[in-house]
Design a protein around this ligand. Structure first.
Ligand SMILES: [Fe+2]
Ligand SMILES: [Fe+2]
Length: 205
């Protein structure tokens, strides 16, 4: 069998769907590498800044790494703007959707809301509301998203910063996307891991 027998999904039998499940499992093994490739495509997007979107993404991840953040945070920082390619008006939600099955709820929430929080830094210049993030003031991850934006996102447009190469982060992306999707031990609702870990930061310096 190299193709299913059906032309309408409702006519498929167990053999067809077992066959497709096998294919899907094989295909999903390539998710990490497809994402890394897409990230490199970011390099062609959005001009005008002093660094490219890829440069910004890798710089965000580098700052997260140097803060001693765990791998979920680092990969979330790396991919937080990947939605810019296909979803310029809700790039934050797009990136969060990609990450959500494989990272802590905390990280996915922060990525999903980072667009609103970033308004703090430029909303006043574009007719937006800088205080948009205040909607989430009572949310348990409010401070995490505020810190994510302050330390890793809004700060990462510096062409002089000593940014690590994307290859450095590839094994971390592969590790995260090889996790069992929606594993409760990974998602850990309401658990807040710190974004800065002095001991780990010192080891990485
Ligand atoms: Fe963004
Ligand atoms: Fe960003």
């Amino acid at each position: 069998m190299d193709k299913v027998k059906f032309t309408q999904m409702k006519d498929g039998d167990k053999e067809d769907y077992d066959f497709l499940t096998e294919h899907e499992v094989e295909y999903t093994k390539g998710t990490a590498d497809r994402l890394l490739k897409a990230l490199v495509e970011l390099d062609e997007g959005l001009s005008g800044y002093k660094i490219t979107r890829l440069g910004h993404s890798v710089q965000s991840a580098t700052r997260a790494w140097r803060d001693g953040a765990d791998v979920g945070w680092v990969v979330s920082a790396l991919l937080h703007d990947i939605g810019d390619i296909y979803a310029p008006y809700n790039h934050d939600e797009y990136a969060a959707t990609i990450l959500r099955p494989f990272v802590r709820e905390q990280c996915a929430w922060v990525v999903e809301k980072h667009g609103d929080f970033q308004m703090l830094y430029y909303g006043q210049h574009v007719g937006g509301n800088p205080d948009k993030r205040d909607t989430y003031k009572a949310h348990p991850y409010f401070n995490d998203c505020a810190d994510f934006c302050e330390r890793w996102d809004q700060s990462s447009f510096d062409p002089e910063y000593d940014t690590l190469p994307i290859e450095f982060f590839a094994p971390m992306v592969r590790e995260v996307f090889a996790r069992k999707p929606y594993d409760p031990d990974v998602i850990r609702p309401d658990v807040r891991e710190p974004m800065q870990n002095a001991k780990r930061a010192a080891e990485r310096a």
